[in-house]
Design a protein around this ligand. Structure first.
Ligand code: AMP
Ligand code: GLY
Length: 421
């Protein structure tokens, strides 16, 4: 089969690596891909948001299946566009993608279907929002409704910061805003829970813990994710059941009641308190870097699994995992998540090896004249699988130290909440 993967991050490199191992694969394209995918696929520098061009490329190259990595093309309706042209594509359609594309859409579902989540209010003007902020218990969380690349969430300690957040959102910091979401601050520990669905049923696709803050001890600014490990230290049978019954099943029921089918990965962002789940957010794709830490544990052929979803036959497909743990640490450009230099060489990268238990997934990298360059904030993902997370962390840190890249930094404390450092 000929497969195309859309996206250029670490998540897409990890997906490409799994797909490239499938016996069913004849040819793999990454659009646009990165320096890592270049060694296992043909990178094609095509604007994936130009759906017309994308459709023509897929038809011309007789691609059998398109796998969508990131949320933006999903929310913009790439699945609907390609499906209408008769192209097979894995990912949710535009309406289902509102689960990530509109936080207010998701909150309304939570309310209607009694899904545990933070108490909230939706406001269409500054004055009403301010009135609510004044009375609300602090900290309080102010959110932009639409996609904001992880930046549209403000945790506000007092009225003033809340008021500023509302103003920034209404002033268009994240695009035109008709409404703002204000919600209760949830105490607890976060967990990323994944499922895969064929539109008829869904199955669990492992758990992880992400580390979104830039600094050790979870301090500093929010990032796309500095590292993750799997499985989450919080998961247990009782919690698993509650997440399925109280959160995910009613969400799929809501989608069905709308006359829609959800096909693809679903990322369930949860806050866990006293072994009870509260929904923080949905993402309509795999997490990044959760995907990089989860996929190396997958024993099932990912391409077969995805095809079973496209054909609505997930019921007959088992999902098997290696009985190991996995950790991913992200190497970032100095300055990230704020400004950082681009096009800096990573001189030793070609000398750093991977093996069956260690993996290097590229993100913001480019290969020019056989030299690797950093072109993004998150540059490389180092992953190790073993019986013990501490051991995995040591192996990964060792690899990053061997790389000795002067222009980058990383967190040494991924997993600190369950590893005592
Ligand atoms: P989101 O973009 O919705 O994932 O939010 C980004 C991050 O903000 C989450 O991963 C949480 O760490 C935090 N967050 C969002 N909503 C809440 C909330 N209601 N209570 C506490 N933390 C929150
Ligand atoms: N790791 C967070 C995300 O993928 O949104």
């Amino acid at each position: 089969m000929k497969i195309a993967i859309l996206g250029n991050g670490g998540r897409e490199h990890a997906i490409a690596e799994q797909i490239s191992k499938s016996d069913k694969l004849n040819k793999l394209f990454c659009l646009p891909g990165n320096a890592g995918t270049k060694s296992i696929a043909e990178n094609v520098d095509l604007d994936i948001y130009d759906f017309d061009k994308l459709g023509k490329f897929v038809e011309k190259n007789m691609i059998d299946l398109v796998i969508v990595g990131p949320e933006k093309p999903l929310v913009e309706g790439v699945v609907d566009f390609l499906t209408d042209r008769g192209i097979k594509v894995f990912g949710p359609n535009k309406i289902c993608s509102q689960l990530e594309g509109s936080k207010i859409f998701t909150k309304k579902i939570c309310k209607k279907y009694n899904i545990p989540t933070a108490e909230f209010g939706v406001f269409s003007n500054t004055l009403d929002a301010q009135k609510y902020l004044q009375k609300a218990k602090k900290p309080i969380v102010v959110k932009a409704d639409g996609l904001a690349a992880g930046k549209g969430v403000y945790i506000c300690e007092d009225f003033e910061t809340g008021k500023n957040a509302v103003e920034e959102i209404f002033n268009g910091k994240f695009g035109t805003a008709k409404q703002v979401l204000i919600e209760e601050f949830l105490e607890g520990e976060e967990m990323s829970y994944f499922v895969i669905s064929d539109g008829k049923i869904f199955k669990k696709f492992n758990t992880a813990q992400d580390h979104k803050r830039v600094g050790e001890g979870d301090m500093g600014k929010n990032t796309g994710g500095m590292g993750a490990y799997t499985p989450s230290g919080l998961i247990n049978k009782e919690l698993d059941l509650k997440i399925m019954k109280d959160v995910i099943e009613p969400t799929f029921k809501a989608i069905k009641d709308m006359g829609e089918k959800y096909k693809g990965f679903l990322y369930v962002g949860l806050m866990i308190k006293d072994n009870n789940p509260y929904l923080v957010e949905y993402n309509v794709r795999m997490g990044d870097p959760e995907c990089q830490t989860i996929l190396p544990l997958l024993e099932t052929d990912l391409l077969e699994l995805i095809l079973s979803c496209c054909e609505e036959k997930l019921e007959n497909q088992s999902i098997n995992w290696k009985n190991k743990k996995s950790m991913c640490i992200v190497l970032c450009s100095n300055g990230y998540p704020e400004t950082y230099k681009k096009n800096l060489e990573i001189p030793n990268l070609g000398r750093i090896s991977s093996d069956e238990n260690t993996f290097i997934y590229h993100a913001g990298t480019e290969l020019v004249d056989n030299k690797f360059y950093a072109i993004g904030g998150r540059v490389l993902n180092f992953v190790s699988i073993s019986d013990d997370l501490k051991k995995s962390r040591e192996i990964v840190i060792n690899k990053i130290e061997n790389l000795n890249w002067k222009n980058g930094f990383f967190r040494r404390d991924i997993g600190f909440k369950i590893l005592d450092i």
